[in-house]
Design a protein. Structure first.
Length: 351
């Protein structure tokens, strides 16, 4: 088992070797106090929560992980990785953050090759191109099924809830093979039965909300709950823990599966990229498909990249699509739930 922290981790390389990837990002306020004995209080809560679980020894996935694969998406994570490297074998991938540059794909391809070498050395396993190609094809199959499931949120009223989308995303992200495909196919059958029997998850007049921004999970899902309590319905949880990583397929049968991995992973529209025009393009596509009334940008405190980028996101949503927009900056505590509800209710009243 290998622990991973980000959607940029090329899990297909691991799966081709028979190695299981496990997501280590944490979304609970519980271990943050422990983390702050080492980490600064004004750091991103996701980083503090993740490190706090490791420091307390209460993260079962980290306990089971034989190694950790990390990436240079943000400064806070990079420094946390230095601390973790004293506990577990660590391989850090240098992520190019100028995705439109010609050298970016070549550099990232080389990083994937180095990861492959690290895994071969650490686990005494190897993967031929044919095995990597097979892992790519499994991921494409899984991603297409996931997109079919998410499409039920585009219906009016939606037939699938944010909780179900969240659960499916969390289970499917690190998974491969016939088991996860069978699970997704079962979900599709249940959703189609809902359509035939007239079952939905919201009132027809409920404000439709697209939530974009930082990863959302655990205690951070308070934003989804508040939206529901204010009378809205979340039709797209657009984040690394939601639908984002399922939108892009890998090129198949290229003769260079590692290159296909590099090309696809660099298309993930994270705020660490500059310029991040891919995020704005993806937002336009989602707005066209899911027809939201409102876009809410969810920003974790001290996540400077997403916080600064919110300005461009808001302008894109209001000027190009004429939609209501709200930026929310928060952490994992419950202290601002009342304020969030007031702001979101006020936003819905303007529709």
């Amino acid at each position: 088992m290998v622990g991973i922290y980000c959607g940029y981790a090329p899990i297909e390389i691991m799966q081709a070797m028979g190695i299981v990837p496990a997501v280590l990002c944490a979304f609970s306020k519980v271990p943050i106090e422990s983390a702050e004995t080492v980490l600064p209080a004004n750091l991103c809560p996701l980083i503090k929560s993740s490190y706090g679980f490791i420091q307390e020894g209460t993260c079962p996935f980290f306990t089971l992980a034989d190694a950790v694969v990390a990436e240079t998406t943000c400064d806070g994570k990079k420094k946390m990785f230095e601390l973790i490297s004293e506990i577990r074998p660590m391989h850090v991938m240098d992520l190019p953050q100028l995705p439109d540059e010609t050298e970016a794909k070549n550099n990232w391809r080389q990083m994937i090759v180095k990861l492959q070498q690290f895994l071969e050395t650490t686990f005494d396993k190897s993967a031929a191109d044919a095995q990597i190609e097979a892992a790519i094809q499994w991921s494409n199959w899984k991603n297409r099924l996931a997109r079919e499931i998410f499409a039920y949120a585009a219906m009016s009223p939606p037939v699938i809830s944010w909780r179900e989308i969240y659960d499916i995303s969390w289970i499917a992200l690190p998974a491969a093979g016939p088991d996860v495909v069978g699970l997704l196919e079962d979900c599709l059958a249940k959703l189609e039965k809902r359509v035939k029997t007239g079952v939905s998850v919201a009132r027809p007049d409920a404000p439709r909300v697209l939530v974009t921004g930082c990863p959302i999970g655990g205690d951070a899902t308070k934003i989804f709950t508040v939206i529901e309590e204010a009378g809205g319905v979340v039709v797209v949880p657009d984040s690394c823990t939601g639908t984002k990583v399922f939108h892009i397929d890998f090129a198949e049968n290229t003769g260079d599966p590692v290159g296909a991995l590099a090309d696809r992973y660099l298309k993930i529209a994270c705020a660490c990229m500059t310029p991040n025009t891919g995020r704005l393009n993806a937002l336009s596509e989602m707005i066209e498909t899911y027809q939201p009334d409102v876009v809410i940008d969810f920003v974790l405190q001290a996540c400077h990249a997403y916080n600064v980028e919110s300005y461009r996101v808001g302008g894109h949503v209001t000027e190009n699509h004429g939609l209501a927009f709200l930026k929310v900056e928060t952490d994992y505590s419950d202290g601002d739930i009342g304020q969030l509800k007031t702001r979101i209710e006020a936003l819905f009243e303007t529709l």
